[in-house]
Design a protein around this ligand. Structure first.
Ligand SMILES: O=C1O[C@H](COP(=O)(O)O)[C@@H](O)[C@H](O)[C@H]1O
Length: 269
C-alpha cells in the first residue's frame, strides 16, 4: 500500500467528497482493505434492503459480475436480509453457455444464491440463453416494468469499474452506450464474448448506484473516474444518487476532501 493510501485508511476518512466540480460531486468511502470493503458493501446493501422492504415491501437489487464483488457476495450471504422480499437481477452477463466460468451468474450462484433462501422465482438472470435474445430482452423489460414500475426504478444497482473504464457491459466505443429507449442492450464482442447489459437510463433511474472498486490495479482508472473523465463509459452514469466504496489500494491516487459536518453533508445523505 502506498504512503498516501495507508494514511487515508489509517485516518479512516470513511466519508469523503470527491470534487472536481459541484456537478461531479461523488460521495466516497475508503476502507482499509478488500475484506473491510466487502463487509462494508454487504452491510450497506443489508441496510438499504431493510429500508426498502419497510417502505415498499420489496427490495429490487441488481448485481454486477467480475472479481471485485465476490467477497461482498460471500458477506452478503451472511447478512440479515429477508431474502423472501428480494428480487435479484443482473447488471450484465456474457452470452456464454450456462454454467461457464465466463458467466456472472455462475459466480453469483456459488457465492450467494447457494447460501440464501431466496425463492427461485425471484432470481432474474439476464436471458442470454434464449434462442432469440432480442425477443427475450423485450420479455425481460416487461418483467422490469411489472416489478419496478413504468419506467422501471430499481432500489440498488451495484456497479464495478473495469480497468478500461467500462461499467456493466457498457464498453468504450460500444453502441450500447448510446441506447436510451430500452432498458437492455447487447454489446459487441469484448474479451471473447458478446454481452447483455442494463442501459444507462435504467442505471441512472436507480434509487442508489453503489460503486465497488478494489485493488492497486484500479488506482489509475479510479482517479480518472472520480475526476469525471468523460472518455470513460463509467463517467456516463449519473452521480446524483451514487456512493463509491473503495479500498485504500484503489484510492491511492485520489485527492479527497473530508465530508464536512455541515448542511452540505445532510444534503448528500
Ligand atoms: O466485465 C466485467 O467487469 C466489470 C468490472 O469487474 P471488476 O471485477 O474489475 O470489478 C464488472 O462490473 C462487470 O459486471 C463485468 O461483466
Amino acid at each position: 500500500m502506498s504512503d498516501h493510501a495507508s494514511r487515508l485508511a489509517a485516518a479512516t476518512p470513511r466519508c469523503v467528497l470527491a470534487p472536481p466540480s459541484r456537478a461531479a460531486f461523488l460521495k466516497v468511502e475508503v476502507h482499509a482493505d478488500a475484506l473491510a470493503l466487502a463487509q462494508a458493501a454487504a452491510d450497506h446493501i443489508a441496510e438499504k434492503a431493510e429500508q426498502a422492504i419497510a417502505q415498499r415491501g420489496q427490495f429490487l437489487l441488481a448485481l454486477s459480475g467480475g472479481q471485485t464483488p465476490q467477497a461482498m457476495l460471500r458477506a452478503l450471504a451472511q447478512a440479515p436480509i429477508d431474502w423472501r422480499r428480494v428480487h435479484l437481477l443482473q447488471v450484465d452477463e456474457r452470452i456464454a453457455p450456462l454454467g461457464s466460468v465466463a458467466r456472472n451468474l455462475t459466480q453469483l450462484e456459488e457465492s450467494l444464491l447457494a447460501h440464501v433462501r431466496i425463492p427461485a422465482a425471484q432470481v432474474h438472470p439476464l436471458p442470454v440463453d434464449a434462442a432469440d435474445p432480442l425477443a427475450a430482452m423485450a420479455g425481460y423489460e416487461a418483467l422490469l416494468r411489472q416489478l419496478a414500475g413504468e419506467p422501471p426504478l430499481l432500489d440498488l444497482v451495484q456497479l464495478g469499474l473495469g480497468s478500461d473504464g467500462h461499467t456493466a457491459s457498457l464498453l468504450p466505443g460500444d453502441p450500447a452506450l448510446a441506447v436510451t429507449e430500452r432498458e437492455l442492450a447487447l454489446s459487441t464482442r469484448y474479451q471473447g464474448w458478446r454481452r447483455m447489459t442494463l442501459t444507462l437510463p435504467l442505471l441512472d433511474r436507480a434509487r442508489q448506484v453503489l460503486w465497488l472498486v478494489s485493488g492497486a490495479d484500479k488506482a489509475a482508472v479510479l482517479a480518472r473516474f472520480v475526476a469525471g473523465d468523460a472518455a470513460l463509459p463509467a463517467c456516463r452514469v449519473s452521480r446524483e444518487s451514487a456512493l463509491l466504496l473503495c479500498d485504500a489500494a484503489a484510492a491511492a491516487r485520489l485527492m479527497l476532501s473530508p465530508l464536512p459536518a455541515t448542511p452540505l453533508a445532510s444534503l448528500l445523505r
